[in-house]
Design a protein around this ligand. Sequence first.
Ligand code: SF4
Ligand code: SF4
Length: 357
Amino acid sequence: MNKNHVCFAELPAHSDIKERYTALKKILQYLKLGKIIKQKDKVAVKTHVGDVNNTTHISPELIKLVVSKIKEFKAHPFLIETSTLYSGPRSNAIGHINLAYEHGFTYEKVGAPFIMADGLLGNAEIEVKIPGILYKSVNIARDAVLTDVLVVLSHPTGHIVTGFGACIKNLGMGLCSKKGKLQQHSSIKPSIKKKTCTFCKQCIIWCPVQAIIEKDGKAFIIEEKCIGCGECLSICKFNAVKFNWGVQSEDLQKRMAEYALGAYQNKIGKSFFINVLTDMTKECDCMNITQKPIIPDIGILASFDPVAIDQATLDLTRERNGKDIGRISYEKLNPNIQLEHAEKIGLGSRKYKLIKI
Ligand code: SF4
Ligand code: SF4
């Protein structure tokens, strides 16, 4: 399989775990991973275990299949994650590992240990130099840089700020340190429309860093405290949170693509990517909510190119539904920005050949 090839195992609209397992098995056989994974390699498997109440993340049973495949090469697989910027169980190693276990990502179920790549508090990092347009170096989680091989399994969804999140987001946001996450989010500054705010207090309850207070009977965001996570935008039912969608989404998408390059650039030829197009939801798996899929299942994709696989994901969801998963979720946002920028800085190619297997 060439670098810009994307292989595709189709699934029925409402696939079950057996069908997903069979599709992934076919993909893993097709990839001929012996070219990438060598004996004794330390192989990091990056996925997303889902926040509290999330039930649509990639199943541990599929991760187990990947882990078993890696072990066929006598290599050493392990699952990696990083701490979130906002408070909550995934904001430090202990809480994140406990939640991973609750969601079934235990050694007994997946056959590999779960390691936090950025340490106990999310500050174990390596500054990686990149040929970016916005950044000349980025802060990547230490153990993501130190691993020999990187496997990224992503669950494509819509996203409140970037419009769409899949492989590029999993690499760029999912494998950086807290400092890196802060750097990516730093331009996002929502504010409250006083006239529209009913002071229902939902945003105050949900803001993960207590950046929203009451002022003159309305919600008010303390700019210096806000980390730009976007949760208040999604929780407000009254459209009272103002946000410069175009500029701030564009900015975050480009920053994320540059961070993805930082996580990937010492793994060229030593990494592969899998997107699982099932249970695709409006919001990402980071949200502390249970969601229903908004489009039918499509299948499983794999590629050695992180840009090609995301482009194929957008294209397939658009072909089947009239609009891609990003546009269906957030019509105002343009999810292509992250792909265009990623291609511009050399992360991969938007041109690809889809190979049905
Ligand atoms: S959720 Fe919306 S309406 Fe409710 S307090 Fe916050 S900004 Fe105001
Ligand atoms: S974006 Fe909203 S929810 Fe997130 S930290 Fe800022 S004020 Fe709080």
